[in-house]
Design a protein around this ligand. Structure first.
Ligand code: C2E
Ligand code: CA
Ligand code: CA
Length: 429
């Protein structure tokens, strides 16, 4: 199912719609209700219990919407709800929320201890479709868009159709975007905790069309990795990063490296030739690799990173705390820096466990003589706590988000980089 066509499984819904749409002056809302991970429920509860749960949900919805609604159960935990005399999207949205409350009652049975997720896509007849099939398709597009945008319910609009781009189309579009300049690099300042001065920047990729994001890096980076475009994308990141380093007096730049890129046969050559092209010192470049990228093929990763580190390039372990590093293996990683994942930092003022974890990571880094960076610092209280715990560098919205090249230049005028801010805030000259 690609979520965009009214296929065979929709036959019951089309049958249910046909008589409704035949009448004059009719106004109908179609709600496509999608319950996610039904196969997980089946695995957990067994087929029979899962079927009973879906039956209970169907009955609950039918009762709640009576007498203006009818419900047809489709496969894969989907329901097609037809509501009569709904004149505008506001009314349809109210019905969607009522339906979600019903689902909460049925699904959040404490004895099941299951987390479920539901999305509702809404389409209106005759406002948004002129026949049963297009009404059904619009509702389904809206449900898929709701899932993408992580909202519980969404009324169909043209953006829904545009958003449901198939992965291979998105990969093709990404390849074009690399050529047309829609892909650009943004730069998030990294600051020294002791001086609150710029200590470097992390290079973060953006895909913008007419200034608006087409997709976030969390979507297009894995796609680039799967489709083999990560090589071109990483070269682009290196070029921009090292040119900037050259232009800004050796400003330290950090580039993110995916697991696939780390293991690419051209990886070491790429790093070397990027450094040679822009004529910067090796120490100006930090490679951010995740624990996951290291574990994938540890011995090879270790060897490659060691080679680059021996040449002077800095290595940072990104998203630290989210992976599975055991201490024994962690000790073997040739690294200069630990970067604590923002999920711990953003929560640490409200969650003592996260705070303990951050403290433990900082102690660990100290014992291994690694620099420490906290990402996701959004408020001063967190900054002060990190400073007290001995964290050396910070990144986060408290200081700056990722900035365009132009905005970065303005930032650097106000917060110039001085080499002495590097290396635990100790002067190196
Ligand atoms: P990451 O390497 O962990 O990057 C940090 C992410 O946290 C960035 O998201 C950044 O914009 C965001 N961030 C920074 N400070 C804060 C804060 O205070 N609060 C919050 N809520 N977020 C903050 P972004 O740019 O969306 O990147 C997401 C991920 O995509 C990155 O995670 C990285 O894994 C990947 N990525 C981005 N650009 C590149 C790239 O050029 N190459 C590769 N391989 N991966 C990239
Ligand atoms: Ca990173
Ligand atoms: Ca992170």
């Amino acid at each position: 199912m690609d979520g965009t066509s009214a296929d065979f499984s929709h036959a019951p819904a089309l049958r249910a719609l046909a008589p409704e749409l035949g009448r004059p002056d009719v106004s109908v809302a179609l709600l496509m209700v999608e319950l996610f991970d039904v196969s997980k429920f089946q695995a957990r509860l067994g087929f029979a219990a899962c079927a009973r749960l879906l039956q209970a949900l169907e009955e609950g919805i039918t009762q709640a919407l009576h007498p203006r609604g009818s419900v047809t159960r489709l496969g894969d935990g989907r329901f097609c709800v037809i509501l009569q005399a709904i004149r505008n999207s506001g009314h349809a949205m109210l019905a969607a929320h009522k339906l979600m409350r019903v689902a909460d009652g049925v699904m959040n049975d404490a004895s099941l201890a299951l987390k479920y997720k539901l999305n509702v896509g809404i389409a209106l007849y005759p406002a948004q479709a002129n026949d049963a099939e297009s009404l059904l398709q619009s509702a389904q597009l809206a449900a898929a868009a709701a899932r993408n945008r992580e909202v519980p319910a969404l009324v169909f609009d043209e953006a829904c159709a545009a958003q449901i781009i198939k992965p291979w189309e998105l990969a093709e579009a990404f390849a074009r975007a690399l050529d047309t300049g829609e892909i650009s690099m943004f730069y998030q300042p990294k600051l020294s905790v002791s001086t609150e001065q710029t200590a470097g920047v992390e290079v973060l990729m953006r895909w913008l069309s007419n200034g608006k994001p087409v997709a976030t890096p969390d979507v297009f980076i894995p796609l680039a990795e799967e489709s083999g475009l990560i090589h071109a994308a990483t070269w682009y990141a290196f070029s921009n990063a090292l040119r900037l380093a050259g232009e800004c007096g050796g400003l330290p730049v950090a580039v993110n490296i995916t697991p696939g890129m780390l293991h690419h046969r051209e990886f070491i050559n790429m790093v070397r030739s990027a450094i040679a092209t822009w004529g910067v010192r090796e120490a100006s470049l930090t490679l951010e690799v995740t624990e996951g990228g290291l574990i994938a093929n540890f011995d090879e990763a270790k060897q490659r990173l060691k080679k680059l580190r021996d040449a002077g390039v800095r290595i940072s372990i990104d998203d630290f705390g989210t992976g599975y590093s055991s201490l024994s293996y962690f000790k073997k990683i040739p690294a200069d820096e630990l970067k604590i994942d923002k999920s711990f930092i953003m929560n640490m003022m409200n969650d003592v466990d996260d705070q303990h974890l951050v403290r433990t990571i900082l102690d660990l880094a100290g014992q291994f003589k690694l620099d420490t960076v906290a990402e996701g610092v959004e408020d001063r209280a967190t900054f002060v706590a990190l400073a007290e715990m001995g964290c050396q560098y910070v990144q986060g919205y408290l200081f700056a988000p990722a900035l365009s090249a132009e905005k970065l230049q303005e930032w650097l005028v106000r917060n110039p980089y001085e080499r002495r801010a590097q290396g635990s805030g100790v002067a190196v000259e």
